[in-house]
Design a protein around this ligand. Structure first.
Ligand SMILES: Cc1cc2nc3c(=O)[nH]c(=O)nc-3n(C[C@H](O)[C@H](O)[C@H](O)COP(=O)(O)O)c2cc1C
Length: 404
């Protein structure tokens, strides 16, 4: 049994004229490629053994980039045993290899129903498989699942402190799988009416509360700011923002569990304080553009070498997620997941998100206090842009306030 590649259903038509092959695709419209092997490319409509595709490897790589290829294993009678779909552009099974004896399903793989099909999906790799679980023991099926990371060695460690539900929530709610819709796309439109601004009150008797004095003016004045000026942010303003919102206030003596806890300006589940701040700098006086790690204990910044392009991409993404202007900096809270998961079973990711919310409000209020404009972002990548040893969790863009 060989692995066969074919176009996904997103390629709706393919035709060749001489060495020009025209593909009609759902996501990209018409694509025209030139090849000395047009027949081989057209054959992808029905499927071609992957071993026969070497002559069109470069074009195949571009099709893989666009998620236009899927991989199949068929039985001798022609029945399809397995179809693998990429969930992110560029994903392809690793080079041909046999699954080692005793390989098992990854603990981040899970079956669920989609339409009428049973799908083996994964929180760990951006790939999914359509197959009957009865076929898992077929060697060729296991080999392809192994190559995709859906099967692993029986003794694979597989991030033991990450649960399937936490890893899945992380993977599916941040960028990194272009097959998944993510963002303000109105998925409820046409499904239900727009829900009202206020939830209905219960039927019980209403009690009018006495008039209350308004609280701290900082809270009432807090606004998300996106109209950043082109000015560089003064280093002193950055320093004040980080010191007042994030710096460690006190280190607490280790408890009986051996964990040292920290007090910081915002609350932290169990005082574990496992959020790390990474700063992508565009224009801050005295700092070269790039990524910096905030040293929350020593109140300093440590540059990530060679991170200029990654920081520029993060700033561009932040501009795209707001009003289109480039913030002076993007602060990303990243999560040292294992520190929380070492202590708390079942809910470490939830605790970290709650903590990030508290930190983001603190960062917003301190920015307002300092006269800076800051805006929390709802989107960000799932994987680190620089090697931070922690997963990206929450983002806030900041800069000198410009004209509203
Ligand atoms: C979780 C969260 C995600 C947000 N995501 C974005 C975003 O991606 N882009 C943006 O421009 N504003 C974003 N905002 C800011 C909100 O749009 C803003 O808080 C809201 O419009 C209320 O305005 P205010 O903060 O000025 O009171 C986000 C806010 C929160 C709390």
């Amino acid at each position: 049994m060989t692995v066969v590649c074919r176009f996904t259903p997103d390629v709706t038509a393919a035709a060749a004229e001489g060495d020009r092959v025209t593909l009609r695709t759902v996501p990209f419209g018409e694509l025209v490629v030139t090849s000395d092997h047009p027949g081989l490319l057209l054959a992808l409509r029905d499927g071609v053994a992957e071993t026969a595709l070497a002559p069109v490897a470069d074009i195949l790589a571009r099709l893989v980039e666009g998620r236009l290829i899927e991989w199949l294993v068929a039985a001798a009678d022609g029945a399809t045993l397995l179809v693998v779909e990429a969930r992110d552009g560029g994903f392809a099974p690793a080079p041909a290899a046999a699954a080692p004896a005793g390989a098992v399903l990854s603990r981040f793989a899970y079956f669920h129903r989609e339409g009428e099909a049973l799908v083996l999906d994964s929180a760990g790799v951006p790939a999914r498989a359509r197959l009957d679980p009865a076929h898992l023991a077929v060697p060729a099926v296991a080999d392809l699942l192994w190559r995709c990371g859906l099967m692993v060695a029986a003794d694979a460690a597989e991030q033991p402190l990450w649960s399937l539900h936490d890893r899945l929530f992380h993977a599916m709610t941040r960028f990194g799988r272009d097959a998944e819709a993510l963002g303000a796309l109105d998925p409820g439109r046409g499904v239900i009416d727009p829900p009202p601004a206020l939830a209905a009150l219960p039927d019980g008797p209403a009690i009018v509360l006495p008039a209350a004095a308004s609280g701290p003016v900082l809270l009432r004045r807090r606004r998300s700011g996106r109209e950043w000026s082109d000015e560089a942010m003064p280093l002193a303003a950055l320093s004040a923002w980080l010191a007042q919102a994030l710096a460690v206030i006190e280190e607490l003596p280790a408890g009986p569990d051996g964990l040292v806890r920290l007090r910081r300006p915002y609350p932290s589940g169990g005082a574990l304080s496992a959020l790390v701040a990474e700063l992508a700098v565009d224009r801050i006086e005295g700092l070269r553009p790039g990524y910096y790690r905030y040293d929350e204990a020593g109140h300093g910044l440590v540059a990530h070498r060679g991170s200029e392009a990654a920081a520029a991409a993060a700033i561009t993404a932040a501009a795209g997620a707001t009003a289109g202007r480039r913030p002076a900096a993007l602060l990303r809270l990243t999560l040292r997941h294992d520190r929380v998961a070492w202590r708390y079973a079942g809910l470490p990711y939830r605790l970290a998100l709650l903590e990030a919310g508290a930190a983001l409000q603190t960062l917003s209020l301190v920015a307002g206090h300092l006269g800076l404009a800051a805006c929390i972002l709802g989107t960000g990548p799932a994987a680190p842009e620089v090697d931070q040893g922690a997963v990206p969790l929450a983002e806030i863009a900041v800069g000198v306030a410009g004209q509203a």
